[in-house]
Design a protein around this ligand. Structure first.
Ligand code: VG1
Ligand code: CO
Length: 545
């Protein structure tokens, strides 16, 4: 018989959740009691835990199954009434968000480090989502962190491991456990939002080619069911569709650098009309056309401008939002549609209140994240289907849609340069230096432009009045150009500095110019201002998107 067991433990002092949950190397999570301490800290902060339902699943990376078994025993011992677990431990981040909402669960636990590499030597992560389906707000993650610093015991039980591979019902200490189909509910939701009939007709056209890259991560089974079974895409056009514990050794990060085969197919002579990829946990998307790449910031703007073509959004949008570093392209669309465009800090948790209050319908980030009020997470396959639905209605190529968009709204040239693996002290030097410039920067000239505002972005949540400070250093120019510096909150070793550059162009003759060339003078100004290369010794950026 299983019984509740109290285990003595001592705190780890590094369990502060970052931009999206707690992410560490697998070996850190494998330390005795490490995961248990964090899970108990989450449970300790949930007042209504006893008698509740929780959703549990992950992106299939190494340690996913072990972690789920630990969570099962601890949830049972802590008085949870029911767990809904994805088959084989698999649930994408947007699918968890949907399941929480659909089954009115108290919340969910997502096991993922998203786009970070996996495997024994890779990263693992854990994140709690609340009853609205969205990432826990800062008020809760702060409490969890405080709890983790003083924890002295956790509750578990000595049950036999639960078979996660088959759909099943079982129970531990009276807690019901249901292993559910990972895909079905989510696929039904997608079918309710988009015109699957029209998309199916488009897919059936011999001249319309498509390639979806699941990057050996969680979207494989989702794409196989939705794109394959329901929309008729053939299996050889859904590549890397089987989730692997180490993602085949690659970074499950959908960008031009990491989705190599897809990019080769899309920039070949006989390229398909549409290409896309998603990340480790299925919340990011990259969209490509034949010989053409759509930046995430442009994608958000184009989705907003065309939302009326989609069944779920045909009655219009209530408003839109973007994270602060995301380009201002969507603001131009909002202005035209007479909508408010909210500017939030980086991280999906800041969109939750706006979505719940019905202030916005669409939102997105420059980091390949787009979503809507259908769930409370960004959603990779949703963005893919949105694009396919637009293509099915407009019967144009992606290149044509993007070009027309620029003609109508102008083009926000945009790039992000990531400096990875920087020594923490060197990164601190950069930000201390940047802070010291803020007061005296307004009015200064760089690259022929004048700085109008220089600040460290603070967000005042319009719904709950919470204040989030220190969200990125901004240099805003009079002509709308921006230079932004941020420290990443998802890395697991050293520091990553992100530099975001934007310039608005209204002259159509320049729309096809090369982005890095167009932004060269601003990039040089950014080095003059931030001294990133000088202070860190990193001469070139590791990733440019
Ligand atoms: C990055 C992105 C951010 C995104 C976050 C989580 O955070 O910049 O926009 O919300 O990852 O995405 P940071 O702090 O490293 O810049 V995911 O798909 O990794 O959950
Ligand atoms: Co992700």
């Amino acid at each position: 018989m299983s019984k509740v067991i109290l285990v003595e433990t001592s705190p780890f002092l590094d369990q502060k959740p970052g931009t999206s949950g707690l992410r560490k190397q697998v070996t850190v999570f494998q330390q005795e009691n490490y995961l248990e301490n964090f899970v108990q800290s989450v449970f300790d902060c949930l007042k209504e835990l006893k008698g509740s339902t929780l959703v549990v699943g992950g992106d299939g990376r190494y340690y996913n199954r072990e972690a789920i078994q630990i969570i099962i025993s601890m949830a049972a011992a802590n008085g949870v009434e029911k767990l809904l677990i994805g088959q084989a431990g698999i649930l994408s981040t947007p699918a968890v968000s949907h399941l929480i909402r659909k089954y009115k669960a108290l919340g969910g636990i997502i096991l993922s480090a998203s786009h970070n590499p996996g495997g024994k030597d890779g990263d693992f992560g854990i994140k709690y989502n609340a009853s609205n389906g969205g990432p826990a707000p800062e008020s809760l993650t702060d409490k969890v962190f405080a709890n983790s610093k003083s924890i002295s015991q956790y509750k578990t039980t000595n049950n036999d491991a639960i078979d996660l591979e088959q759909l099943s019902h079982s129970s531990v200490l009276g807690m019901q456990i249901e292993v559910i189909d990972s895909v079905a509910d989510y696929a039904d939701l997608m079918e309710s939002l988009f015109d699957f009939g029209k998309i199916r007709d488009l897919m059936a056209k011999p001249e319309f080619g498509i390639c979806f890259d699941a990057m050996s991560a969680v979207t494989g089974p989702y794409a196989t069911e939705i794109l394959g079974n329901r929309l008729g895409v053939s299996a050889n056009n859904i590549i890397r569709a089987v989730p692997l514990e180490d993602f085949g050794g690659g970074h499950p990060d959908p960008n031009l650098a990491h989705a190599k085969e897809l990019v080769e197919r899309m920039f070949a002579n006989n390229a398909p009309a549409f290409g896309a990829a998603s990340d480790g946990d299925g919340d990011r998307n990259m969209i490509l056309g034949a010989n053409c790449y759509v930046t995430p910031s442009d994608s958000l703007a184009i989705l907003a401008a065309n939302a009326h073509l989609i069944p779920a959004y045909k009655d219009g949008l209530t408003g839109v939002a973007r994270s602060m570093p995301t380009s201002q392209a969507v603001d131009r669309v909002a202005e035209r549609l007479n909508l408010t465009s909210y500017e939030t800090p980086t991280g999906w948790k800041f969109f939750g209140n706006l979505l719940d209050a019905n202030k916005i319908t669409l939102c997105g980030e420059e980091s390949f994240g787009t979503g809507s009020d259908h769930v409370r997470e960004k959603d990779g396959l949703w963005a893919v289907l949105f694009w396919l639905n637009i293509l099915a209605v407009k019967q144009q190529s992606i290149k044509e849609i993007v070009s027309e968009h620029w003609k109508e709204y102008g083009r926000n040239f945009y790039t992000r340069h990531d400096f990875e693996g920087v020594e923490t002290e060197d990164a601190d030097k950069v930000f201390t230096h940047l802070e010291s410039l803020l007061e005296k920067s307004a009015g200064k000239k760089y690259a022929g432009r004048t700085i109008s505002i220089a600040d460290n972005f603070t967000y005042h949540d319009p719904i709950d009045a919470s204040v989030s400070t220190n969200q990125g250093i901004r240099f805003l120019f009079e002509d709308g150009a921006r230079i932004i510096f941020r420290k990443s909150g998802t890395g697991t070793s050293g520091a990553t500095i992100r530099l975001y550059i934007e310039h608005f162009e209204s002259n159509a003759a320049k729309f096809e110019d090369e982005t890095q060339e167009v932004l060269r003078d601003l990039l040089e100004a950014a080095e003059e201002i931030g001294q990133v290369k000088a202070l860190t010794g990193k001469v070139i950026a590791d990733v440019i998107t």
